[in-house]
Design a protein around this ligand. Structure first.
Ligand code: GLU
Length: 453
């Protein structure tokens, strides 16, 4: 069977680096196994789902290098969910419940106060048709729960029932269905929660492997039971640890600065983001991987560790810088042009080692081409006017800098920092930067003369 995976975001916000982890894991898994990747929008929550978020998620994934083989929307597949719900109802496995959220909350508090786990007592399952009719007459609408198979025929006598699976990341896993409430599959307004549509889709779309965050482990116990109730074979599951910041804080969708869109706007390379999102929290070193094919080679779900995947956003910068330092000219030519730079290989090779992002090259382009404010200290004025006199004749080449500074050294007796720094400052306006030997020919004779006093 062809390996088929899916990334199933709810389009209720922009995705951030934490969400990119399951997206990338699924993508790499598909690539590694010659499989298909489905982007599935879990958009059954019509109030919170927005087309613009779905669009932005697709854009973000493509920027990261993920090209879905198929795009699906749950909102277009409701008829299939209705059919599955009907099948469960016919089998007596989906039952109406009329409690209001307040009533349920009061019941849970009572259970907690008595030291009992707040598990739903299946009161809805006991109700007679007359009782249900009475609720309906009051104008109440039911929500629908699935009867978990945690009993031997009498649902009011539950017993420990472990649903187990071999997890691609966590090894042997078990969830005791007796510790869980019967899950609500359909809300009182008739809309579906994510649980059932996800299963129906996984069955209909031939999903072979479900790779998602470890916050879904308990859901998996429930979902395996529903797969079975629908006479389907459950896929293979893998639950990875979640990305968190250094202090262990989760990344909610509100963490704007870590949204994929804002990382893109900050000029980060997609492969820096992908390297961090994939390698953090694994037994592998977090290092910049230049291309997706190489990340495919490295990727192995069994390397995912059990503890959380903590990262420091600062790490992104350094991974990015390391990638940028090695980017060949061909890879950046068009991007340099779009920054208003007239790109040449010599320019890029000269400045890339000093660029944390590709966009940072624009500042060096200003030095080479545009007007910059050179910095001159009063005590260096005389030295710099000597420099003007001693600038080598003819074309400025890579030989010019050593020839020029040697002549200045002989003439003024200055050496080291006192010799080089005033020249760097007046010609570039900066205290640090690319090698002056290489910068000088790019800056050119006219700019040099214009900047010297
Ligand atoms: N929409 C769910 C989520 O974003 C999908 C979980 C899954 O992959 O099954 O958490």
């Amino acid at each position: 069977m062809t390996v088929t995976v899916r990334f199933a975001p709810s389009p209720t916000g922009h995705i951030h680096i934490g969400n990119s982890r399951p997206a990338l894991f699924n993508w790499l898994f598909a690539r590694k196994n010659g499989g298909a990747f489905i982007l599935r929008f879990d958009d059954t929550d019509l109030e919170r789902s927005k087309a613009e978020y779905a669009e932005s998620i697709e854009t973000d994934l493509r920027w990261l290098g993920i090209q879905p083989d198929r795009i699906e929307r749950q909102s277009e597949r409701v008829a299939s969910y209705d059919a599955a719900a009907q099948k469960l109802k016919d089998a007596g496995l989906l039952y109406p419940c009329y409690e209001t959220p307040d009533e349920l909350e009061r019941r849970r508090s009572r259970q907690r106060a008595l030291g009992r786990p707040p598990v739903y007592d299946r009161a809805g399952l006991k109700q007679s048709d007359e009782e249900r009719a009475a609720f309906e007459a009051e104008g109440r609408k039911p929500h629908w729960r699935f009867v978990l198979p945690n009993h031997d025929g009498d649902p009011f006598q539950t017993r420990r029932t472990d649903v187990s699976w071999t997890d691609l990341c966590r090894g042997e896993q078990a969830v005791d269905l007796a510790s869980l409430s019967d899950p609500v599959l359909i809300r009182a307004d008739g809309t579906y929660l994510y649980t059932l549509p996800s299963i129906v889709d996984d069955i209909d779309m031939g999903v072979t492997h479900v790779i998602r965050g470890e916050d879904h482990v308990a859901n998996t116990g429930v979902q395996i039971a529903i797969f079975e109730a629908l006479d389907a074979k459950a896929p293979v599951f893998g639950h990875h640890n979640l990305l968190t910041t250094r202090d262990g804080e989760g990344l909610s969708k509100r963490k704007g600065a870590l949204s994929i869109g804002s990382l893109r706007e900050a000029g980060l390379e997609p492969m820096a983001v992908a390297s961090l999102a994939v390698l953090t929290g694994t037994s592998q070193a977090v290092e910049p991987v230049p291309a997706m094919e190489q990340l495919v080679e490295k990727f192995d779900l069994s390397n995912v560790s059990r503890s959380s995947a903590k990262f420091d956003p600062e790490e992104l910068k350094s991974l990015n810088a390391r990638l940028v330092h090695d980017l060949p000219f061909e890879a950046v030519r068009d991007r340099l042009a779009s920054l208003g730079i007239d790109p040449t290989e010599t320019f890029w090779n000269t400045v890339r080692g000093n660029c944390e992002t590709v966009c940072a090259a624009a500042a060096y382009w200003q030095i080479v081409d545009g007007s910059i404010e050179g910095k001159i200290e009063d005590e260096d004025r005389e030295f710099l006017s000597k420099a003007r006199d001693l600038l080598p004749e003819g074309d400025i080449t890579v030989e010019s800098w050593p020839a020029w500074t040697n002549a200045l050294k002989a003439e003024t007796g200055r050496k080291g920092r006192a010799l080089f720094m005033p020249l760097r400052r007046v010609l570039t306006g900066l205290d640090h930067g690319p090698d002056m030997k290489d910068m000088l020919p790019l800056i050119g004779r006219q700019n040099i003369l214009d900047r010297l006093p």
